[in-house]
Design a protein around this ligand. Structure first.
Ligand code: ATP
Ligand code: MG
Length: 447
């Protein structure tokens, strides 16, 4: 992609309304634009990040046996009356009337709708367990939308729902999602720690929030530093096998949000030097809630003996749009964003260091073509901006690698490769630079 033909409206100055780094950098790097309080347009560069996150989320959920569907954003109020939540939900729910005076709402979550879908489509114990998920926009009329996409009103969530015959099965479904979350967040390049959590308005008795530690996070957390060193299960983890040991290993060290923090247990279990009392960003949550929805909604299946059995459910959320902010909180410096490779909007930024020079332009064009042939995503700054401005812009938008093509290097037969996160620079022959970037590329596929 040539920058001269792209749409990347970056800002020179820090927007006054942004209080935290990720919000500031998202506005400055042209990832989003605020359209109303807590409502954002995703500009092309931001959309690419969102899509890369979505892709990893899908790959890991599919691997764990979950099945994607897509439900509408608008739902009938009557559906929510079946569970009793229409009145219970409060002012966070955006309520709408259509031209026939029918009451609708913009979904803040989808337990009712997915329960109705499964109620209609699953009849027998043979069809369970099932785990259905979607990646869809949600609306919650938050009292204090803030920190950009971190606490939006309209936001993108992966929401998944499991259905089992009994509690034992539901716990296995919960464990599969727990492990899938460990893998998903690790692949996204963030360390998200599962912490015991309150079940909140969704209800239930078993829940963990996945928290990325950050001073600017809205959650107050207490944990044992031992949890920071645990290994994430590999890609070949057996989702059909017993995941209890993995979940036990990850839930044994003390880790709790302030809502459920137990100071006596914390002090008894965690030696002083390992105590970590800090803040974090909730990027996901897993719940087991039993028959909370299936009971009022009569979602049941026929058992072998002909009796009817209520479904046991769990729900599993990931804040896809919030993750963009959370990743930036964890991955930035004074100059701008430094994307982890798996979620970067482009893999490489090619900088033509001498605008108007026929030779540098020709070499850039060749390099871009060769990189793209290897499947590397390239943003080529072919504009006639000053070279200093180009460098500052590349650092701001934070692509993992910069490939700088200048006349002095070319005279010596080299181009310069800069690693954004570490600042390391390498003088390489153009062939070597291409090989190196092409090699780095498959890292995104597995990790
Ligand atoms: P919070 O406690 O931050 O308000 P929640 O616990 O109400 O979030 P869940 O119902 O667990 O949210 O939703 C699943 C995920 O969606 C959360 O873990 C979070 O990552 C994300 N999320 C929730 N609310 C918002 C929001 N207003 N803006 C962006 N992402 C959000
Ligand atoms: Mg939550």
């Amino acid at each position: 992609m040539r920058l001269s033909r792209y749409f990347l409206p970056t800002l020179k100055d820090n927007p006054a309304e942004a209080q935290i780094a990720s919000h500031r950098l998202m506005l400055r790097a042209g990832l989003v634009r605020q359209e109303a309080a807590g409502i954002y347009a995703w500009l092309p560069l931001g959309l690419r990040v969102l899509q890369r996150i979505e892709r990893i989320v899908r790959e890991e959920l599919d691997r764990a046996g979950a099945i994607e569907l897509l439900m509408p954003t608008l739902q009938l109020a009557d559906l929510w009356r079946e569970s009793g939540r229409y009145d219970a939900y409060g002012p966070e729910m955006l309520r709408i009337r259509d031209r026939h005076e029918r009451e609708l709402l913009y979904g803040p979550t989808n337990e009712e709708m997915v329960t109705a879908i499964v109620r209609a489509g699953v009849n027998s114990w043979r069809e369970l367990p099932r785990n259905l998920y979607q990646i869809q926009w949600k609306f919650r009329d938050e009292q204090r939308p803030r920190f950009g996409v971190m606490r939006g009103r309209e936001f993108l969530m992966k929401d998944g729902y499991s259905f089992d015959l009994d509690e034992a099965g539901a716990r296995r479904s919960y464990q599969r999602m727990f492990v899938a979350y460990l893998r998903t967040f690790a692949r996204l390049g963030v360390k998200a720690i599962p912490m015991r959590a309150e079940t909140g308005p969704i209800g239930g008795d078993l829940s963990h929030e996945f928290i990325v530690l950050a001073d600017t996070g809205e959650s107050e957390v207490y944990c044992d530093r031992a949890v920071l060193d645990l290994a994430v299960p590999a890609a070949d983890v057996d989702y059909g096998g017993d995941l209890e040991p993995v979940v036990r290993a990850w839930t044994s060290p003390y880790a709790a949000t302030s809502d459920v923090h137990d100071p006596a247990r914390y002090e008894a279990e965690v030696p002083e030097p390992r105590r970590l009392h800090t803040r974090g960003i909730e990027v996901g949550q897993v719940f087991y809630f039993g028959t909370k929805y299936s009971q009022p909604m009569r979602a049941q299946v026929a058992m072998p003996d002909g009796s009817a059995r209520l479904l046991h459910g769990g729900s599993y959320g990931i804040g896809v749009s919030r993750l963009v902010g959370a990743i930036i909180e964890a991955c930035h410096d004074d100059a701008g964003i430094a994307w982890p490779e798996p979620v970067a909007p482009f893999d490489v930024g090619v900088v033509d260091a001498k605008a108007g020079d026929a030779q540098t332009a020709a070499v850039c064009a060749q390099l871009v073509a060769r990189l793209e042939a290897h499947g590397v995503d390239v943003l080529w700054d072919d504009t006639d901006a000053r070279v200093g401005a180009k460098f500052a812009n590349m650092d701001l938008i934070g692509l993992p690698w910069q490939l700088i093509v200048g006349p002095r290097g070319l005279a010596a037969g080299t181009v310069e490769l800069k690693h954004r996160a570490s600042g390391e620079r390498f003088e390489l022959a153009p062939d070597h630079a291409v090989a190196r970037l092409a090699d780095a590329r498959p890292g995104r596929m597995t990790a």
